[in-house]
Design a protein around this ligand. Structure first.
Ligand code: FUL
Length: 438
């Protein structure tokens, strides 16, 4: 009898387990989403010329960092609380930061370290030492390459992918495919062979997250201001679209597609400075700690991953002003997020309601909600209320939640809250909520 009862209970538990809804993240996508915060480093000839888009005609000797120190980048990123670094291995000017056989416009042709330098080698080793993911940005648009504008250029780009991803630099957590497609040195545009680019990557390095406007693994958030949409689906319809000019409208990239057929979460790329590349003149215009915190709320706090650009300077180091700002930003996050005011609360998920009973009145102005995205993204409408003498007052309302949703609210003191899921495509799977005071 007891055995039957046990089997029955077991079957019941299995039957009650929520089933995945729609497309779900791969293991690699889940790991990537949990990284939450990575460093982008724009570095190359533009660092020395002060322009954003080099023409490709710059002499190789222009690239001449006096004190390149990728361990300093890695130490800065780790101390900032970041989990990985993505470097511009090649920007639109075509200069390769590694001695590539696919080009004659690389570190090998420069006099930097007598042509023996390799930024990718140095950075990948530093990332390994500091326990960070190593990632690369490799611009398909190339204003230097003589083959650009012909089908043979696609082969050359594929050969560059092979060089970077053949294992010589160790695992690469993310590869950034910029969709930009301008003219090359002969005035011609290139027709990029995206299926071959993506196919090559899947073959070489199936665990690498592939970024482009439309994925396949993560997508562009649609702006460079650090703002994901309040309604942010990790689903996207990519059929018939390409990265770059063939991408869906910006609004779609920002919001995703509610019933999209692929799991393609948004990545929010934004620079700590006005430009992507370092310029002495922009040191005074670093984003403030408060502005960075707001960006955190509208990126990580809106179901996306934050890729914050912190450009290296002409020495090849992260300038101290920028690294100081990163540390202030970390200190602010620790002050706020290090004190979860929902700690010690009794949180119970009953059907569509998460009931939060605090041990006493607590004062907060920021609510954090999370959905178990391993089962897909389900919730499309919710409400947060507080209770006082049996009366409920609505504090916040929203649409999507996803991996993390942060809701700034007017400062409020309460000991009893509830999160009501007012719309979901399948049984909602909320994780514990957190409350903070900024
Ligand atoms: C854009 C590029 O044109 C910018 O220079 C920068 O690299 C940004 C991250 O992507 O498409």
């Amino acid at each position: 009898m007891r055995v039957y009862a046990l089997i029955f209970l077991l079957l019941l538990t299995v039957a009650c387990q929520p089933k995945p809804y729609g497309p779900v993240p791969t293991e690699a996508q889940l790991r990537w989403q949990q990284m939450e915060y990575n460093m982008f480093v724009h570095f190359g000839p533009n660092t020395f010329s002060g322009v954003e888009w080099g023409s490709g005609a710059e002499p190789e000797d222009l690239f001449n960092p006096t004190e390149l120190d990728c361990r300093q980048w890695a130490a800065t990123a780790r101390n900032a609380g970041m989990k990985g670094i993505i470097v511009t291995a090649k920007h639109h000017d075509g200069f390769c930061l590694w001695p590539s056989q696919t080009s004659t416009h690389t570190v090998a042709q420069s006099s930097w370290r007598n042509g023996k330098g390799d930024v990718l080698k140095e950075l990948s080793e530093a990332c390994r030492e500091y326990g960070l993911g190593f990632g690369v940005y490799l611009s398909p648009w190339d204003r230097n390459h003589p083959l650009y504008g012909t089908p043979a250029y696609n082969d050359s780009y594929v050969a560059a992918l092979q060089e970077i991803h053949d294992g010589r630099y160790g695992p690469v957590f993310e590869h950034w495919f910029d969709g930009a497609c301008g003219e090359g040195p002969t005035g011609k545009l290139q027709v990029y062979d995206w299926p071959t680019f993506f196919g090559t990557m899947r073959h070489l390095s199936p665990q690498t997250i592939l970024f482009s406007d439309i994925g396949p693994d993560c997508r562009w958030v649609g702006n460079e201001q650090g703002r994901a949409s309040e309604t942010a689906w990790s689903r996207l319809d990519t059929e018939g679209f390409t990265p770059g000019a063939g991408a869906p409208p910006i609004d779609t990239l920002q919001r995703g597609n509610v019933h999209g057929t692929a799991w393609v979460p948004a990545e929010t790329d934004v620079s700590i400075r006005p430009g992507w590349f370092w310029r002495e003149s922009e040191t005074a215009q670093l984003k403030s700690t408060e502005a960075l915190f707001d960006i955190w709320l509208t990126s990580v706090g809106r179901n996306s991953v934050l890729l914050l650009n912190v450009p290296a300077d002409t020495r090849g180091r992260i300038p101290s002003a920028d690294s100081l700002r990163l540390m202030e930003f970390r200190a602010l996050r620790e002050r706020v997020f290090g004190n979860d005011l929902a700690k010690g609360a009794r949180q119970r998920l009953r059907g569509n309601t998460l009931d939060i009973q605090l041990p006493e009145d607590r004062t907060f102005n920021l609510i954090e909600l999370r959905e178990d995205i391993s089962l897909g993204q389900r919730i499309y409408s919710f409400q947060v209320e507080t209770e006082e003498d049996g009366n409920w007052t609505v504090l916040a309302e929203g649409t999507t939640i996803g991996h993390k949703r942060m809701l700034p609210v007017p400062e409020c003191s309460s000991s009893h809250l509830r999160v009501s899921i007012t719309g979901a495509y399948a049984k909602p799977v909320l994780l514990n909520a957190a409350l903070y005071r900024r």
